[in-house]
Design a protein around this ligand. Structure first.
Ligand code: AMP
Length: 142
């Protein structure tokens, strides 16, 4: 099983934000799309960083109310763990656990192509195990 299987089932749209955007814009974007992380990109294709709700919490803890005046670049992580559609799902789940990240942007030919979250990985695995279980039950009862 590869990440391309997860991407096929969840879709390839990715919400991005420019590094110059404000934290106020960032939290509105996260709330509007009901997401926990946004890929930072000026052109929608080059991955410049990633910013998650944890970065916003950290920013608030460090800067207090002034955090809302900060820019996305002030809070983002620049050393981004990136995946490819050919990566094995189990490998990606392991990387997410070891690196303590819940989101992995997918890059194809140097360009942002999708994003996979730990929730997507867990959902895909549970759906697959449920299918396998149902097939086995069918087999036993026929
Ligand atoms: P998350 O678990 O995705 O909410 O993110 C927790 C922390 O890891 C935050 O500081 C994020 O900026 C950072 N982070 C999230 N995803 C990645 C990633 N793919 N590569 C590097 N850092 C990340």
């Amino acid at each position: 099983m590869k990440l391309e299987d997860v991407i096929r089932s969840k879709g390839s749209s990715v919400v991005t934000i420019a590094p110059t955007a404000s934290v106020t814009e960032l939290v509105s974007l996260m709330a509007d799309h009901n997401i926990g992380a946004v890929v930072v990109s000026s052109d929608g294709a080059t991955i410049e960083g990633i910013v998650s709700e944890r970065d916003v919490v950290r920013g608030l803890a460090q800067r207090g109310a002034e955090a809302v005046d900060a820019t996305v670049a002030d809070l983002m992580t620049v050393d981004v763990v990136v995946g490819s559609p050919e990566d094995r799902i189990e490998e990606t789940a392991h990387t997410m656990t070891v690196r303590r990240v819940r989101h992995v942007p997918i890059r194809v030919d140097g360009k942002l192509a999708a994003i996979v979250s730990i929730g997507d990985v867990v959902k895909y695995r549970i759906d697959q195990l449920t299918d396998e279980r149902n097939h086995l039950l069918d087999y036993l009862h026929t």
